[in-house]
Every structure is written in structure tokens, then in C-alpha cells.
Design a protein around this ligand. Sequence first.
Ligand code: SAH
Ligand code: F3S
Length: 515
Amino acid sequence: MSASTPARRLWIETVGCQMNVLDSELVVAALRREGWTLADDPAGADAVFYNTCSVRQHAEDKIWSALGRVRLEKQKRPGMIVGVLGCMAQKDQETVRERAPWVDLVVGPGQLHRVPRIVEEILAGGPPRIEVSLDRTAGSRDAVTRSFESYDPDRDPAMRPTPFQAFVRTQTGCDKFCAFCVVPRVRGPEQARPPAAILAEARKLVAEGCREITLIGQTVNSYRWVDGGRTTRLADLLHDLDAIDGLDRIRFVTNYPRDMTPELIGAVRDLGKVCQYLHVPAQHGSDAVLQRMKRGYTIGEYLEMHARVREEVPRASVTSDFIVGFCGETDAEFAATLDLVERLRFKNSFIFKYSPRPGTKAFERQPDDVPEEVKKERHRILLDAQTAASLAGNIPFVGSRQRVLVEGLSTRDEKRGLDPGPDDTAQLTGRTGCDRIVVFDAPARLVGRIVEVDIEAAGPWSLSGTVADGLGDAVPIPGLAAAFGGAASAEGPPTLHAIAPPPPRRTAGAEARDA
Ligand code: SAH
Ligand code: F3S
């Protein structure tokens, strides 16, 4: 783009998991380097992208509605580019073109690095484009793997959840093939990134002002990189990351119960920067259902893993995902899930109603025979049980002092549209290392810092209190002002344009994350 051309404007809406949040960040970074800027709304954008999720039908329905709305905009401005990116692009490439022929590009999660080039070609008058990976059933594992290229060269700080927190991908794809889950099909085979690339990215992020890094992988604790005779696992990565100066916190999601090795639990116990927070979805409480789900473990094994965590890291908070109303789920089987939630008292659980996904084993072989009303009722019952467990788990924090990384304005003050100066007091929110949300009144300049908060009250989804010494560590974050063009502490977190609920790590409690 020449210096005289006005910058083109991009609008991107992101649905789904942390992987998608990161993917959007990378797409935006790549386009910004080509001179694009972010638009304030779709109506003012030269390109509108939807980064999509296929995990549940509900998430897809949202995109179909959004595509219907953007069609009107495109009728007014035919030059505008409309793109469908991510999991739906991979899974429903043809359907998107048929049902929404006004879409110009359909790009799967394994091809996102090609977006800038495709956009340029379309702007130059080229035809609409579909770029996706080979289907997993299409050929040798090698060929399929090569067709899913991992893409993490660029970062755009302005698209991060906050300037001082970042996701770093350890691997893409998944090889577990749970019977209900479409992820292995749309995200492709599991491919680890080299440890050196992960560490280099982490160091770069820390130099830019990141204090907290969340490693992400569909099954992050299955991470394995073999180089010559040396195998690197997640525990080894954590040791290396822990040694990075300037990094305060390391998190990792999502864990697969069977890969919770003693070395990994030991790393969580021993490494000061590694947060004592483990998201290890159980999915169900009944062996028969776990078997139908092809989860690869029994409840006995899950309990044994949980007991090891409790013994080695007694303060760790453990969280889970559950599916209610999976194919053939009886009252007694559901009662086993309820029992598990009551026994293990997860810090919180994401609870989903089963949504049949074409292309999965469950869809092909097991009827979706639990009526919607029953799914709803079980969802409500389990959510109530988890809410009670979450409250019981939070109450002991009252009277304690917690280290909190301040993330920004509380939801209340954000909704009120507050825009405080650095010294103005606002209601702020942050998280403990064990992932509990803490709300407190303090000067806005504390955003991005770690403060000590005396906890005075507890609810199921959050704690509240008072900053202990009024200032916390009060250490400015190196490089942050430069990265964000000003005093970052006064800016609050940039907002990610999302039509879905925010990514799970930024939501509270035992939610009905029913996207
Ligand atoms: N390992 C991934 C899992 C992705 S899906 C991760 O990073 O979290 C997230 C959660 O969605 C799963 O743990 C499961 O509880 C739920 N889920 C997956 N497929 C589903 C389906 N077909 N219906 C309802 N919930 C589903
Ligand atoms: Fe999905 Fe199971 Fe992998 S839930 S992402 S297939 S571990």
C-alpha cells in the first residue's frame, strides 16, 4: 500500500476458545503489517472477518446470523471483503459458499498465514477463495499434517486479552478423538512446536511487557517434542519458562486427565511462577458414559489423578468441563456426574449440553436421544451443585491476603463505560494465581500490576477485598508504554471484538458456557 492510500480497515469477530483468540491476534498482526488498521464497527470496515467455532451448534448458529446481517452491508458496499476463518471454514467450506455466496474467503485454522496474500488477490479483482487443510481422512498422516501449517510468527499486542497477558501455543490439533468432539477433525493432527520457538516467543512477550503467559494446547499436557535422543515434555517447558526474568506467572490449559504425570504435578508444586491452577476436564462421572465418549480413562483413574494433585499441591485449584445429556445418558449416569461435582468440589466447571456434531463418532453411531428438556434440567441441576461447591471453596479465602494480577476495570465499571485517569479510583478486577477473580476499589494505574489484596467477602464466582498497602508492587512494566503508545496502566485492557462470550479464562465460575 502506498503512503498516500488511506489505511484499509478491518473488523474481526472471534467466537470460541483461546486458540481462536490467539489466531485472531495473529491475523490482525499480519494485516497491520500490510497497512491495515482496526475498524470501530463492521459498517466502517473494508474487511469483516468471522473467526469461527464448531464445538457446539450454538456457536455456528451465531455465525450464520452474523453472515445474514453482513450481507446487507455488503449489498450497500460490494467492495467490502467478507471472510469466514477458523473451524467452520474448515468443516463447512462448501456449505458456507452455498448458503452465503457473498463470502469472499473461507480459510481454515491451518491456513491463516495466507490471509494477507488472499486478501490482496481479492482486492486486485481475484475470485472468491477457499483455503483449507486436507481432511483427516484424505491421505497419509504425513500429508495431512503438512497441510495443517502452524502459524505463530507474529503477535499484535493490541489484540491480546490484556497488554500484560498472552497466550502461547505449544501445539496445534488433537489426536484424542473423543466421540463427541469435532476438534480433531477441524484442527487436524496434534503437532508440537519446537521448545526453542516457544521459549523465544515467551521471552519476546516478556520484553514487550507481558507478566503472565498461558500456554495453550487442546491437550497441553500431552506436549512432547523429540529431538535426537532428548524428549521435552510440558514439565520441561515449565522449568525453562520459570527461569525467564520478568515473567511472573505461567498458566497452561487444557489438560487431559491421563497425561497428568508426576513430573508435571511436581513442576506445579515446585516452580514459583507456575500457577497452582489445573483445568482438567472430567467430562462425566460415569464409567459407562466415559467409555461411550471414548475418553480413555475411568472415574477411578480420574479420582486417583485428582488425589495425587491434592496430595502434592494441596492449594491447587482444579476445574473441569462436563457434558450433560450425552447419548443414552440415564438418570443414574447423570447422578454419577452430580456426585463427582459434589465430591471433588471443583473451583468451577464449564457445563455444556451435548450438541451432536456431524463428522464425530458419536454423531455417526450413537443417537442423540436425551430430550432437550432433560438436557436443560440436568444442566440446571449440575450448575446449582457447582455453584454451591464454588461458594464453599471461596469462603475459606475470607481473611486471607492474596497476590492479584490486576487485569482491568470490573465488569460493573466497564459496563458503566467508566474511563478513569491513572489516579482515579475505580472498581478493578484481577486474578489470584489459583485463578480466582478478585474485585476491589483502587486507582486505575494499578492495572497490569501485582497487588496484595485482603479478602473480605466471597461469592461463588469472585472474592472481594481491599488492596493491602494501597499500591501493591507498584513496579512499572518495562516496555509496556512503548508497546501501547502511552501509559498502559491508564488505558485498561483493549477490547476484543467478540459476539461470543469472552474466552473462558476471562469468564467467571460454573458457567453455562453454551456457545
Ligand atoms: N481440549 C479442548 C477442548 C475443546 S472443546 C480445550 O482446549 O478445552 C471444550 C469443551 O467443550 C470440552 O471439554 C467439552 O466439555 C465441550 N464439548 C466438546 N464437544 C462438545 C459437544 N459436541 N457438545 C457439547 N459440549 C462439547
Ligand atoms: Fe476434543 Fe477430546 Fe481433543 S475433547 S479437543 S477430542 S481431548
